[in-house]
Design a protein around this ligand. Structure first.
Ligand SMILES: Cc1cc2nc3c(=O)[nH]c(=O)nc-3n(C[C@H](O)[C@H](O)[C@H](O)COP(=O)(O)OP(=O)(O)OC[C@H]3O[C@@H](n4cnc5c(N)ncnc54)[C@H](O)[C@@H]3O)c2cc1C
Length: 424
């Protein structure tokens, strides 16, 4: 039995069926895809946010296999990071960063970076010094104050001192010019499936159905099916197995705005880490999902839940957002913006407070205690991860089930995923 029909659940169902197992997938929503479901906005087939595959994803066996029937197209990144009133090419080059910061600040940042006691940031693995200290030791105080701190407050709505260092290790590049500098060479290209990610998900579904997997939509895990299953690969929220523990998340608001008026710059994504902007990322839908002629031009605006809450009526804030989009240089004063749709994704950013690994271990122990449940994927493992990494966790879990290893061993094996680095 598989819980959830996102990429992890569908991959698990497909691989189990390939190994000769009889598989049922239960999905609580009335559509497949999870975070990769494809909504239609104003007649345009969209993505939830904008998804892309990075080079490392192509090495994941399940991604490579799907790509045989849903070919991937390479794209050059056309990203910008909005910093201090300027739009700099993203990923950043050292020269770009210097240009953005100006000579005085550039030298101050470089000096702080050189002086930062990076060796202290790699202390014992079980010591969690927290987000603030970890970043200051690695990147210096100037970079922390300018980029990392506002970014952390925007995404998690918390004092960065309360957050685990994992949040810094796993995902910083939207706010981390220093990290972007060190790994930028390979990051100028990405891949999207021809026909968009809806095609990718559709391929996974047809692989499952072709092997006789039964797929039940709008069906949260039925207790009877749980009891009758020999193995349960569960991509639902880990906390279901340990309600007394806090394995919580912060969510993300997605807003699709129709843009009328002059053409926008040829940019796929604007990254906006600064706190003066409610949004963290803005994408042009047409760069990711193939548009039809005469379809409206859409921007997808990603606003981290942060301290906003989960039920904001964004129509009431559209004038403020439009002003911010103009200030960031994403739209011009003569562009007219109209909110076409909004959507809230509740479980996007795992809220990893300091010491969260102990909670993770306790929750995993509770999950595998029935001797047959293996949590997989982003929610199942309470991870911040890319879609290929979610698929990889599913493939690894299936290999373990097929090899007849006990579920308890999975709680150990899965620890390796805690070190995953998120790519964006
Ligand atoms: C805005 C945004 C942009 C992103 N961009 C990228 C990108 O560019 N590249 C990249 O690689 N990754 C990206 N990601 C990450 C990627 O989308 C996820 O890592 C991946 O889709 C997670 O897949 P999953 O199957 O593990 O989880 P999910 O997609 O969350 O699927 C879990 C499924 O389980 C179902 N479920 C939960 N509980 C139950 C239950 N009790 N019973 C039945 N069903 C249940 C849910 O409804 C859901 O469908 C992005 C994510 C977001 C939010």
């Amino acid at each position: 039995m598989v819980v959830g029909a996102g990429v992890a659940g569908l991959t698990a169902g497909w691989r189990l069926a390939q190994a000769g197992w009889q598989v049922s997938i239960f999905e609580q929503q009335n559509c497949i895809g999870g975070l990769l479901a494809g909504p239609t906005v104003a007649g345009v087939n969209c993505d939830l946010g904008a998804h892309r595959l990075h080079r490392a994803a192509l090495r994941v066996a399940a991604v490579a296999d799907v790509a045989r029937t849903a070919p991937l197209e390479p794209r050059q990144r056309q990203g910008k990071i909005v910093l201090r009133g300027q739009q700099l090419n993203y990923p950043l080059s050292p020269l770009g960063l210097m240009r953005g910061l100006g000579l005085t600040d550039g030298l101050r940042f470089a000096a702080d970076f050189v002086r930062a006691p990076r060796w202290q940031a790699h202390g014992r693995a079980d010591t969690d010094v927290g987000f603030a200290q970890f970043v200051q030791r690695r990147a210096g105080l100037a970079a922390y104050t300018a980029f990392y701190e506002p970014y952390a407050r925007k995404v998690w709505g918390l004092d960065p001192a309360e957050l685990s260092q994992t949040c810094a290790k796993q995902r910083l590049s939207t706010a981390a010019p220093w990290r972007a500098l060190t790994g930028s060479a390979q990051r100028h290209q990405f891949w999207v499936p021809r026909g968009g990610f809806a095609m990718f998900i559709e391929q996974l579904r047809s692989k499952c159905l072709g092997l006789g997997v039964s797929l039940h939509l709008a069906t949260p895990v039925p207790a009877a099916a749980l009891q009758g299953a020999d193995a349960v690969l569960d991509s639902g929220h880990l906390q279901r197995h340990a309600p007394e523990l806090l394995c919580d998340h912060k969510g993300l608001h997605l807003l699709w705005l129709q843009v009328d008026g002059p053409a926008l710059a040829d940019v796929d994504t604007w990254y906006c880490p600064e706190l003066q902007f409610a949004f963290g990322r803005v994408t042009q839908v047409s760069h990711f999902c193939p548009p039809q002629p005469d379809q409206p031009r859409l921007l997808c605006v990603e606003i981290p839940q942060g301290s906003w809450g989960d039920s904001v009526q964004w129509a009431a804030h559209i004038a403020v957002l439009s002003a911010q989009l103009r200030q960031a240089g994403i739209v011009a004063a003569s562009n007219h913006l109209r909110l076409r749709q909004q959507h809230f994704l509740p479980r996007v950013y795992p809220l990893h407070r300091r010491g969260w690994r102990a909670t993770w271990q306790a929750a995993m122990a509770a999950a595998v205690a029935d001797g047959k449940t293996l949590p997989i994927g982003r929610q199942g493992l309470w991870l911040h991860c890319n879609l290929d990494q979610a698929m990889h966790t599913a493939e690894r879990a299936v290999a373990q089930v097929v090899a007849g290893q006990p579920a308890a061993a999975w709680a150990e094996t899965a620890k390796q995923f805690l070190e995953l680095q998120v790519r964006d």
